[in-house]
Design a protein around this ligand. Structure first.
Ligand code: PCA
Length: 214
């Protein structure tokens, strides 16, 4: 019997950092069995364009039933499933190939936005139940993470049975400037494993408060 596959991606380090927790999470969970599915963990380049090309290659190669992309959001203190991907690249810093698109569409002529099809509220509830700080995020930014998230949802748009989304994670201890929030790698690996398990088992998200008022 064919075992179903979950594709889990992280990113290489960027912005002068030596590490990226998302890369280490994807490597740690590669080969794990979660909710009866085999996890393929892969690392994407932090490069506009090439990241989505590699993601599409992975989709063709592995034919996953679920896709969870993970990236680093330095400065955040919580594990943050993203609600929405928007059709804009607007980079504050250059990507790892030196490109810095400003106000450019991810997909020319594409819709303004795509919703995550992961159960983001259920994921946050499951993480909080394990005492892991978590919150829904209303923006994945406009750098390579949002670019990959939008590219993913655009690729999945004609296949509603294939679900996917994006989760941002904080810095590792020692990254960024002194005093920046961080979480230990082991906590973040556990968090993404829990989130992936919930996503694989939960078809319908539930309604829970916790949205921001502004
Ligand atoms: N974080 C960046 C890109 C790669 C990553 O891990 C972002 O939030 O866009």
């Amino acid at each position: 019997m064919k075992t179903n596959t979950i594709l889990l991606t992280g990113f290489e380090p960027f912005g002068g950092e030596q590490r990226n927790p998302s890369q280490e999470i994807a490597r740690a969970l590669d080969g794990r069995v979660i909710a009866g599915r085999r996890v393929v963990g892969a690392v994407l380049p932090c490069v506009f364009g090439a990241s989505v090309t590699e993601l599409k290659r992975l989709l063709r190669a592995h034919r996953p039933e679920l896709v969870v992309c993970v990236g680093q959001a330095g400065g955040r203190a919580e594990i943050t499933p993203e609600r929405v991907a928007i059709n804009v690249d607007d980079a504050r810093i250059a990507d790892n190939a030196g490109a810095q698109p400003i106000d450019a569409p991810v997909v020319r002529g594409g819709p303004a936005a795509y919703w995550s099809t992961l159960p983001i509220k259920a994921i946050v509830a499951a993480l909080r139940a394990e005492k892991i700080p978590a919150a829904v995020s209303q923006t994945a930014g406009t750098f390579v993470c949002n670019h990959v998230f939008y590219g993913l949802m655009h690729a999945l748009r004609k296949n509603p049975r294939l679900r996917g989304g994006f989760i941002h994670v904080p810095f590792l201890p020692g990254q960024g400037q002194r005093g920046q929030p961080s979480l230990p790698l082991a906590t973040m690996i556990a968090a993404v494993a829990i989130a992936t398990d919930v996503a694989a088992r939960t078809r319908r998200d539930f309604r829970a408060g916790g949205g921001q008022t502004h």
